[in-house]
Design a protein around this ligand. Structure first.
Ligand code: DP6
Length: 332
């Protein structure tokens, strides 16, 4: 009754922001993302009848393992409860998890965390679920973007019309296109407002309904650019969408300002590099981190320019990755 899964975080090209059903985590729009090869969560789950309660230990990036308590533990226990109830079991679990990257800075650490937890726990308890069923189960964790970390490569989460139809699937395999995503850790401070509260406020932005109207066309256009591996078509849509997300967060009530001064400086820098012939584009999730997308052939040039921009800034260089996978190497 023990299993271990490794799950990638993902960067959204079309963002999930706002829900139509909070309890079921049904999003207001479909979203699209790429799995990140170097931002991984590994989680081992073991169910055992001798255990009297769930015991959850997390090794946060660069820190010693700690036993989780409070609201973070409650979210994980609720996800274990969903899995137990599907399996008709009441057995408690020991969970150990570790991250290869910093949490809470705009790289979706809860996405990889809940994807790894869901896949490992479902296997450990003996459930045999399809990829689609696993994405639905990961979505219910409340960290909706977790469902996009399960299938391979570039993934679409279709908003669907109800619980059974809101699921994620792979649009393109990891080797479809030699894209590179360079995460620039602008600040290592955890953001103060999580995405959960952020989603709730989306509808209060006067621009939110306009955003929802524009998204189907934008999603279609970026999918075509990805299919054609056309960076000059892909990049401007990527940037328009990233700015659009922050336009909503800054105009919702209460407003959320995720950008720091350095985030804006990087936007200007990337625009300048393009004028100089170095083709790269920016995006960001709900955080201060900037993700810079380019093709493999410009990676070294972009990294050189980033070092010139700030030699101390930590970078994580990702390629499109496979989704959540099981491994025999357990954490305990
Ligand atoms: C801005 O509710 O999935 O990153 O629980 O914080 O991982 P976390 O987030 P979730 O919302 C993600 C919001 C987003 C855009 C996106 O990833 O689509």
């Amino acid at each position: 009754m023990k299993a271990t899964a490794i799950a990638p975080a993902n960067i959204a090209f079309i963002k999930y922001w706002g829900r139509v059903d909070d309890a079921l985590t049904l999003p207001a729009n479909s979203s699209l993302s790429m799995n990140l090869s170097e931002c991984l969560t590994t989680t081992t789950v073991e169910f055992s009848p001798q255990r009297e309660e769930d015991d959850i230990t997390v090794a946060f990036y660069g820190e010693d393992p700690e036993s989780l308590e409070g609201s973070k533990k409650d979210r994980i226990v609720r996800q274990l409860d969903r899995i137990r109830s599907l399996a008709g079991s009441h057995v408690h679990a020991k969970v150990v998890s570790k991250n290869s990257f910093p949490e809470g800075v705009g790289v979706a650490s809860s996405a990889s965390a809940f994807a790894a937890l869901t896949v490992a726990a479902a296997r450990a308890i003996g459930l045999s679920l399809s990829e689609k069923e696993l994405t639905i189960l990961a979505r219910l964790s409340g960290s909706g973007s977790a469902c996009r970390s399960i299938p391979d490569g570039i993934v679409l989460w279709e908003k669907g019309v109800d619980h059974d139809t809101s699921s994620a699937y792979s649009l393109f395999p990891p080797n479809h296109w030699n894209l590179v995503d360079i995460v620039c850790l602008v600040s290592k401070k955890e953001k103060t407002v999580g995405s959960r509260e952020g989603h709730a406020g989306a509808w209060t932005s006067p621009y939110y309904r306009l955003r929802l109207q524009k998204l189907p066309k934008r999603t279609q256009k970026i999918t075509t650019a990805l299919a054609e591996k056309n960076l000059s078509a892909f990049g401007p849509i990527l940037e328009e969408e990233a700015v659009d997300l922050h336009l909503i967060t800054m105009s919702q009530k209460p407003p959320l300002f995720y950008w720091l001064g350095k985030t804006i400086d990087l936007i200007h820098a990337v625009q300048q590099w393009r004028m100089e012939g170095c083709e790269a584009y920016f995006t960001f999730d709900a955080g201060s981190c900037v993700h810079i997308l380019c093709q493999q052939q410009s990676k070294e040039e972009v990294v050189k320019r980033l070092h010139q921009f700030d030699e101390k800034m930590q970078l994580i260089i990702n390629t499109p990755a496979q989704g959540t996978r099981l491994t025999d190497t357990h954490l305990f």
